[in-house]
Design a protein around this ligand. Structure first.
Ligand code: C2E
Ligand code: CA
Ligand code: CA
Ligand code: CA
Length: 279
């Protein structure tokens, strides 16, 4: 029977059994979560030098009825493996576009951009360009305010196809950032071919930028590279004033991190914006 089979597995390897069970449970739950509106976007401010707020990165959260708020690190990889990332990504895109449209009429919010993470698998869908356009049209959001964050994992295969999609989306004003820059395996030659607007210095380089000379060198080099390629550059994971000072001196003029704010539910993000503009 099913039950004795379970017991057998548990007997041989309890950790494996529970890992497999938790995974299967999570997969079913995630499917339901997408359908039943348990996913929510948090917004983390992106700040320019001199403290001017330029926008936010949308980061998905899952309000699990039993497990509480589940971090994306615990379900994005699962969503990628199972293909659920396509639906999840579509939800994120739709929600972000609706948010942009809602902000468009409000003075303190109208100029803000939203950066949305797009997984390689999502980008490889044949109708990706159409899906993005449809989300913009349905919401009435201004494409110029939408930024898509890609990682170097999009460079694994069919790069020409990816480039064509990016060009089509850029045509209507959408910007592209290369996320987690420096942690992947891409050749620098791709940097020249990809129609990017911004490099995002990964937080692993920012974390020890003051203590670790090689991280400092990498951060400075990414800034120089961005400049040479005529790209913008933003640092993520900025937690301290000292890191901020280092980055500013290195010529990086856009930042994101706990030093400014953690990712916030939209109501809290709006309160954060109001507090800043009232100062
Ligand atoms: P990411 O795109 O690199 O996002 C940055 C992560 O760093 C976020 O984790 C953010 O909360 C965290 N972070 C921001 N500032 C700081 C800081 O100062 N210090 C530290 N230690 N961490 C900071 P989060 O929200 O847990 O997201 C993790 C990853 O999950 C994201 O990494 C992204 O790869 C993925 N993800 C999140 N939302 C989405 C989504 O809507 N679609 C896709 N495809 N992936 C997503
Ligand atoms: Ca990101
Ligand atoms: Ca990142
Ligand atoms: Ca990251």
């Amino acid at each position: 029977s099913k039950e004795s089979g379970r017991n057998l597995v548990r007997f041989f390897d309890p950790t494996l059994e529970s890992a497999v069970r938790v995974r299967a449970e999570l997969e079913g739950d995630l499917r339901a979560a997408i359908e039943h509106g348990q996913l929510q976007l948090y917004y983390q401010p992106q700040v320019a030098v001199h403290g001017c707020l330029t926008g936010a990165e949308a980061l998905v959260r899952w309000n699990h009825p039993l497990r509480g708020v589940v971090s994306p690190a615990d379900f994005i990889p699962l969503a990628e493996e199972t293909g659920l990332i396509v639906q999840l990504g579509q939800f994120v895109l739709e929600t972000a576009c609706r948010q942009l449209a809602a902000w468009a009429g409000q003075p303190d919010f109208a100029d803000l951009s939203i950066a949305v993470n797009v997984s390689a698998r999502q980008l490889r869908q044949d109708d990706f360009v159409h899906q993005v356009q449809a989300a913009l049209t349905r919401s009435g959001a201004n494409p110029v305010r939408l930024k898509l964050e890609l990682t170097e994992s999009v460079l694994v295969d069919n790069v020409q196809e990816i480039i064509e999609k990016m060009l089509a989306l850029r045509e209507i004003g959408i910007g592209f950032a290369l996320d987690d820059f420096g942690t992947g395996y891409s050749s620098l030659s791709y940097l020249k071919r990809l129609p990017l607007d911004q490099l995002k210095i990964d937080q692993t380089f920012v974390r020890d930028v003051l203590e670790d000379p090689s991280d400092a060198t990498i951060a400075r080099t990414i800034v120089a590279l961005a400049r040479a390629l005529d790209l913008g550059v933003i640092a993520e994971g900025v937690e301290t004033a000292a890191q901020l000072d280092f980055l500013r001196e290195a010529g990086c003029y856009a930042y994101q991190g706990y030093f400014f704010s953690r990712p916030l539910p939209v109501v809290d993000f709006e309160a954060y914006v109001h507090r800043r503009t009232q100062r």
